[in-house]
Design a protein around this ligand. Structure first.
Ligand code: GRF
Length: 210
């Protein structure tokens, strides 16, 4: 898993894995921020942490190669991002094409980018939510696997809405990862359709031949 901050989604996924509900294990936490609370959570949950700081840039990794080497050494199959504050580039995106997921706190394509929950609140939309999507070079794009809707309540403060969106994330992300790892799926335009298709097998083969 890749995370930079609080790590509540990391914890939800690691706990689901511990209960045997994820269809796989969380092998390691990769974090770009020494001192991030997610590192403490990983220690508590018995997950190895790799902290590879990237001091030269703010929004990208200085060099993705050591990250790729660390993943390969551990035979990591799928990358899960949650609150990872750097863009990924070809060194990681190409070998893991269609095997990198992220969670974003809005109903994409609405409100991409930072402060998505605040954006939704200020826009006065009746509902927002969260989205699990595949990671592509462009920000918060990539085929969508699943979304959960959260209805706004009149006059609700930002913190309360944030708490409800995060609660929805902690259910949606583990459930979607389980489906992604264990069910058939295929990419159809901007969506990942479950129920038929080669699923992960084809994504792995793509990496082997690409
Ligand atoms: C979540 O809201 C996620 O959607 C966004 O960043 C936040 C991470 O929270 N990408 P946490 O670190 O998992 O608590």
């Amino acid at each position: 898993m890749f995370a930079s901050g609080a790590g509540s989604n990391f914890e939800a996924l690691a706990r689901a894995a511990g209960r045997g509900e994820l269809g796989g294990d969380i092998v390691a936490l990769l974090c770009d921020q020494p001192g991030a609370p997610v590192i403490e959570r990983a220690a508590r949950l018995g997950v190895e942490s790799l902290v590879l700081a990237s001091p030269r840039h703010r929004t990208r990794l200085d060099d993705e190669r050591p990250w790729l080497d660390a993943l390969r050494a551990r035979h990591v199959d799928v990358l899960l991002l949650a609150g990872f504050m750097r863009r990924l580039h070809a060194t990681l995106l190409e070998p893991y094409a269609n095997r990198i997921l992220n969670i974003h706190p809005s109903l994409l394509p609405a409100f991409p980018g930072l402060d998505a929950i605040g954006q939704a609140l200020r826009a006065g939309v009746p509902a927002t939510g969260c989205t699990v999507h595949m990671v592509e070079p462009a920000l918060d794009s990539g085929p969508i696997l699943a979304q959960a809707e959260v209805t706004l309540r009149p006059g609700e403060p930002l913190a309360a809405l944030e708490a409800r969106v995060h609660e929805a994330e902690h259910l949606l992300y583990p459930d979607t990862v389980r489906r992604f790892l264990t069910e058939p799926w295929r990419v159809e335009g901007r969506w990942v359709r479950f129920g038929e298709g080669p699923g992960l097998t084809a994504a792995r083969a793509g990496a082997a031949h690409g």
